[in-house]
Design a protein around this ligand. Structure first.
Ligand code: PEP
Ligand code: MN
Length: 342
């Protein structure tokens, strides 16, 4: 339920409603807007003591303008609860603001030298953040699994040199503290989107989360996964579309850009897109990057490797350093005009 306080509600009236919401067995999430305060009453308490009718009776409380049910199962993530877009700030890089954020770097951190070469090049080309996997979720146990803690140290050294914040994937609850110590943003990979134990743990970290969509998840399931993070106390969540499984097997995945537009319509959270995993094909990355921006993406995540043919993971979908520089130049060019325009 959304409790809309009137624009003239006093602090005492607001506090009274918050207390009553809790007494009714719900959590109170307070959103203080410029004009008015909104109180989201979500989730019954664990003792099952939620009293919906009592909550509805709060309509009569002083300072309350109206009480509206939240139609979607994702309550805190919903645009209905919070109409203005959320801005997630990662060390000064703002997702969901006016600009498109570019995250770039290799799929995996493979060596100090190689990562620094990529990091310096993407910084020079204009990227806002660095990426690189330390723990890699691989389909085969015989493939490169990532350098682990050694990679985390390389990531934080590269952040020190370039000044760019870093994002890296977290695969298990046991690594949350060490990854959070070295990275500025934690990525929940596609395979872990519905790892609810991990989501609940990440809800308690102070680090912002990049939540990738599972290739088999509906948009609703993706937003429900984000709801776990917000419900547990971490509201710094950025969603990332990275391609889904469909009947087509020409490409690694089907890059679902309508999901970018839909997630932005249904939720106030920033949404970025990953055309590298979304297509699996280097040649399509520039055009699909533009398409993602056209669909409203608040940012892009691009895999870049100094020598893709030697990459230990995801070489075929990685741009080389020159390719990334070109892409950044192209993204600065204005979009095409309509035919017939003078
Ligand atoms: C990655 O970002 O390198 C990665 C493994 O992504 P995803 O979880 O989307 O497959
Ligand atoms: Mn990858």
């Amino acid at each position: 339920m959304i409790v809309n306080m009137s624009a003239h509600a006093t602090e005492a009236e607001i506090n009274h409603v918050i207390e009553r919401v809790k007494e009714c067995g719900y959590q109170a999430h307070v959103i203080r807007g410029v004009e008015r305060t909104i109180i989201g009453a979500v989730g019954k308490s664990s003792d099952g003591g939620g009293h919906r009718s009592e909550l509805e009776a709060l309509r009569a409380a002083p300072g309350v303008e109206e009480i509206i049910p939240i139609a979607q199962p994702f309550k805190l993530v919903s645009r209905q609860l919070r109409h203005e877009r959320t801005v997630v700030d990662v060390c000064g890089v703002r997702f969901g603001g006016t600009g498109v954020v570019i995250i770039a770097g290799p799929c995996s951190v493979e060596s100090r030298e190689g990562f620094f070469e990529a990091a310096r090049a993407v910084k020079r080309a204009g990227a806002n953040m660095l990426r690189g996997g330390a723990y890699k979720p691989r389909t085969s146990p015989y493939e490169f699994q990532g350098l682990g803690v050694e990679a985390l140290k390389i990531l934080s050294e590269a952040r020190g040199e370039t000044g760019l914040p870093v994002v890296t994937e977290i695969m298990g609850t046991e690594d949350v503290d060490s990854v959070a110590e070295h990275a500025d943003m934690l990525q929940v990979g596609a395979r872990n989107m519905q790892n609810f134990v991990l989501l609940k743990r990440l809800a308690k970290t102070p680090r912002p989360i990049l939540l990738k969509r599972s290739p088999s998840a509906t948009v609703k399931e993706w937003l429900m996964a984000a709801e776990y993070l917000l419900a547990g106390g971490n509201s710094n969540v950025v969603l990332c579309e990275r391609g889904i499984k469909t009947f087509d097997n020409e490409l690694r995945n089907t890059f679902d850009l309508s999901a970018v537009a839909l997630a932005r319509e249904l939720s106030h959270l920033p949404v970025i897109a990953d055309p590298s995993h979304g297509t699996g094909r280097r040649s399509l990355i520039p055009i699909m990057s533009r398409a993602a921006i056209g669909a409203g993406a608040d940012g892009l995540m691009i895999e870049v490797h100094p020598c893709p043919e030697r990459a230990l993971s995801d070489g075929p979908q990685s741009l080389d350093l020159h390719g990334f520089e070109e892409l950044m130049r192209e993204l600065r060019e204005p979009a095409r005009e309509l035919a017939g325009a003078t």
